[in-house]
Design a protein around this ligand. Sequence first.
Ligand SMILES: [Zn+2]
Ligand SMILES: [Zn+2]
Length: 369
Amino acid sequence: MGSELMSNNHLAAVLYGAQDLRMERVSTVPPQPHEVQIRPRATGICGSDIHYYQHGRNGSYVVRTPLVLGHEAAGDVVAVGKDVTTVKVGDRVAIEPQRPCSSCRQCKQGTYNLCPYLKFTGSATANPPVQGSLQQSYNHPANFVYRLPEHLSYTEGALIEPLSVAIHAVRRSGLGAGQSALIFGAGAIGLLCASVARVSGASTIGIIDIDQSRLDYAKSHGLADHVFKMPADASDLWSKSTWPTKLGGDILQQPGFGLADKVFECTGVELCVNVGIHCAAPAGKVVLVGMGSPLQHVDVGAAAKREIDLLGLWRYANTFETAIDLLGSGRLDVKSLGTHQFELDHAADAFDLVLKKPAGLVKCIITSN
Ligand SMILES: [Zn+2]
Ligand SMILES: [Zn+2]
């Protein structure tokens, strides 16, 4: 089948609302002069996709018009606009799902992830939304696709987007060689933060989660030096005002654990943010990687009196080339994170599986041949 025919009538997984995902045939217009047309081959399912699927919304962003999810993607370039010179038809690429305006102050200073006019692929942040990669064809600005080395798979290409979050988090933390890192949450982002902290020279890496199977995964893949299973019922064990101190004290006494130079909070859970502050070394940093409830009770006093910086994090900027260099050179290996795989026409099954959170699940990848 020629790309021409395919782009005119191709398969798409379209979300209409909570748990209402329909396989439909849709069309894609030819790419604009500065765009390329992508044939997605692998898409990772992200926590935000799961929120959209489960509730028909992600925080304040509600699915109002049919939405094609998918922002962690790699695929083939099947057509290019007339002004495109950086990639050509047949190139295998990873797709950076951000579309900043390129002329505001943030864009000009390189922090384009903070562009107030940015449109994000496969989300309901813009109206109408920019449709995502869970389909067989879509267009994207050519300067936000990056050629993959031959030996990297499409799955590895799809993992570059979450890896970018980890790269940005570690950059924000200023982690230096020989410093210690403590990570809350052993999901894909937490594990990727551990990997990037490791190649950035972290001396010891501790990971905390409530799920023992995730901790076992982290340990067996050499991503953590020490792991700690957080009691799932921690919130019942201690009164609200004292639990972070007690739990933090408990963690610090575990073998291998100690006050950490950099804390990566990848859960968004209020308790973990507070325990993270208590586990950070004086003058340490806590990077708020996880997206939790926007309003939280945070012990700012505990942070202030030891000059601990709480760092916000919003996606990433200028990370894709770094990620490709790290993966392409073999300095970083993320292949094992793609634990589950479904074909595009079974996209709903993939979402249902991720919702069930089976043991051993890190990242579910939806492929398309
Ligand atoms: Zn994501
Ligand atoms: Zn801008």
